[in-house]
Design a protein around this ligand. Sequence first.
Ligand code: ADP
Ligand code: MG
Ligand code: ZN
Length: 595
Amino acid sequence: MPKRIILMWMGLLGVILLVFGFLAFTQQARQNVTVPASEFISKVENGDITRVTIAGNQIHGESKGSIGYNSYVSEKEELVRALHDKRVPYEEKEPSDNSSLVGLIVKIGLAVFIAFLLLKMIKGAGANNTMLKQQTSHKAKLFDQLEKKTFADVAGVDEAVEECRDFVTSLKDPTKFAKLGGRSPKGILLVGPPGNGKTLLARAIAGEAGVPFFAGSASAFVEMFVGVGASRVRDLFDHAKKHMPCIVFIDEIDAVGKTRSGHTGPGAHEEREQTLNQLLVEMDGFEPNKGILVIAATNRPETLDKALTRSGRLDRTVVVPPPDVRGREAILRVHARDKKMAPNVDYTAVALGTAGLVGADLEMLLNEAAIDAAKRGQNEISTEDIERAKEKVFMGPERKSAVLSAKTKEIIAWHEAGHAIVGWFTHEAHTPHRVTIIPRGMALGLTWFLPAEDVVLRSRKELLADIKVAFGGRAAEKLLLQDDYTTGASNDLERASEIAERMVKNFGMGDGLGFGTFAKKEQGYGFDPSKGFSEETAVRIDAEQKRILEDCESRVLTMLTDKLDLLKQLANTLLAEETIGVDRLTAILGPRPVA
Ligand code: ADP
Ligand code: MG
Ligand code: ZN
């Protein structure tokens, strides 16, 4: 802080000096020269002086050129005589140096004015600027006006919600814990990836407790000007203190809370540190049980400065993890509440097919589906709309502009039918769920699979099944085109090879190689040329990978040759209908044989 103030005053002083320097310079530009009285009089006598002003004993004469002369005389008689002689016009002014005094006042006034402007600018960047105040308070108000959220709006993160119920109790009755000498939590750190509902959960705590919610984003605190962040933090808390009990929410806390040794630009560094310090000051500045609960959110808790998570600050951590399949289903149902959904929508299936999506994604998914349904003039959202929205979310929009020849379409249909059939009849594979030959994003066609549950562990047979399913496309092409198959399988083959490699090298699943792993640990920066195993082992690893891949390939070719009729039928259905769901698959292929 003091460093900043010193800098500020130094800047101010610099500007004042500059102003005076400038004024002095402009005066010099008029080129006044001060000369001794004798010289002045001789200049008058020589006729160099054209006009003279006398003020007390100060005299000023203008010459024919651009130069003016100043001088001092104690005895004016000689000068006046000379002026009379040469008929130089002169005027006598009040002895006090009025004109130059006025000049001085103007100069000082100007300097003060500029200094004032500058001070205001610096203040604006730092303390108590009204505009900033309005900005923060405006934001805070805006959050007050937001739709109220409750725990019922937060789904799929039940443990986190449970932990938050305590905080609601202490906000509703800040003295409740204090009665027994307990300390209400002062600060909570919500930890989890983006879109998991951290902000939502914080708002729900406010909603449940019925208290105002003041929010700021730490990344927005840290601006270009040093001091802005600190002042915004101060404003946020000033505001909050007037509305206790309440919640102060700080999003993306890592933007200011990074460990203080980080090396970024010096300016950014100092600004962040000041903002962080201000935050710590504010958090220490109110007593516990006073009814301000600070909630901060981050997805990178490991980068946070220890000072932030110390006792009495953000000392409670609530993890908001990505939802599992049941969580995703619950989230879908929450967001389905305010939409016109068809009664037969299978939320479980949608949840199974959206592994990896978080709350925000699922909300977007249903929103896309709603928009799509409205565009089609439907009056409710069907499973089909959700499936299409899913394809869009995962694969990008339909490439309607892609004009494909009949031959290309046929190859794509066979290729996808191959994947689907191998998946359908391979026990350990996930269930083929939807097949489409509408190009989307980079894909020309796609077969979707649904796992029976969220994938946690994969067994050896499941990995082999993945390889077989991946080979299904190329194998079908081979049956259709014999030796003139296409590049369409390149991703499939890449994936299959990778699985085989990892089976042998990482998972100890290669026959005859024992339980050893042969994967290089990708650590550090340097490249360690030693493989960690002999050439002989390397040869066996290669051979084992090759064997796995060849074995899968021949099995897939045999399977599809056996089911050539079904393959043809499925491909033709795809050509006609472009997209088929699990119901049509069952109709064509028969019930899926279960493992
Ligand atoms: P975060 O703060 O973790 O990045 P948000 O709370 O901003 O995530 O989530 C954005 C939106 O996604 C929420 O407003 C909500 O509509 C939806 N959402 C996220 N998580 C959930 C959840 N667990 N339950 C219901 N909706 C969720
Ligand atoms: Mg958020
Ligand atoms: Zn394929």
